[in-house]
Ligand binder design. Structure first.
Ligand code: ZN
Length: 220
């Protein structure tokens, strides 16, 4: 069977780079972006749309109003978003969305089962895997095992960045000339990157560590 894939796209660094490195080999044809009331929802949707236009793939936005109602953390509420990267465990709790990746992958699994997609690509990475258990290879393996039972076509979850930290991911993007100018990695969802939230801090540091000045100027 020829590859035909779905990407879970938020418009952030990890999903953009996952798409960039898998686009050709895995024939990515569809991107799903989820709106669960996160502060950055509108910006994630418009950023993802631009990325889909760039790569010429279909884009679908999935509304999850009920998830907004049952999520009480800073990503969707008025609570302060974590700044800096000093307290990864606290930050992880502050931005936790109940069963987010499990849910997203299962929704993508329905699309895959219905329209014969062979792979679902998730931008999980090594750093996040240390604090978020649903950002690990083990988790992907277990979802794959469940798809053996819950779908007819048995799509596979791919986590191409699972052994990479932010520095490696930025390095991969620079090496492959991926369109980093399109990326939007801020939790706050403003016009520009805020430059101080945890996600911005990680991106900025990784660009600096790779000796980049070009994208730092464009993005921050
Ligand atoms: Zn930010």
């Amino acid at each position: 069977m020829n590859n035909k894939s779905i990407i879970l796209l938020s418009g952030g660094l990890d999903s953009l780079v996952s798409l960039g490195v898998c686009k050709t080999e895995y024939n990515v044809e569809l991107a799903l972006t989820f709106d669960y009331g996160q502060k950055a929802a509108n910006s994630e949707i418009s950023t993802s749309k631009k990325i889909c236009d760039y790569y010429n793939i279909k884009h679908k936005v999935i509304q999850l109003d009920w998830l907004k109602e049952i999520t009480h953390t800073a990503l969707v509420s008025d609570k302060e978003l974590p700044e800096g990267i000093e307290n990864p465990i606290e930050s992880a709790k502050a931005v936790w969305v109940p069963n987010r990746n499990g849910l997203f992958l299962n929704i993508a699994g329905s699309f895959a089962d219905s329209e014969n997609y062979t792979h679902i690509i998730l931008g999980a990475n090594k750093e996040e895997g240390e604090t978020f258990p649903d950002n690990t290879q083990e988790f992907a393996d277990r979802v794959n095992a469940a798809f053996e039972y819950s779908t007819l076509n048995k799509p596979k979850v791919l986590v191409p960045l699972i052994n990479y930290d932010k520095n490696d991911i930025v390095n991969l993007a620079l090496k492959n000339n991926l369109p980093l100018e399109l990326v939007k990695s801020c939790y706050n969802g403003g016009e520009k990157h805020c430059g101080v939230c945890e996600s911005c801090t990680r991106l900025k540091n990784a660009l600096k560590n790779n000796g980049d000045t070009h994208y730092i100027k464009i993005l921050f």
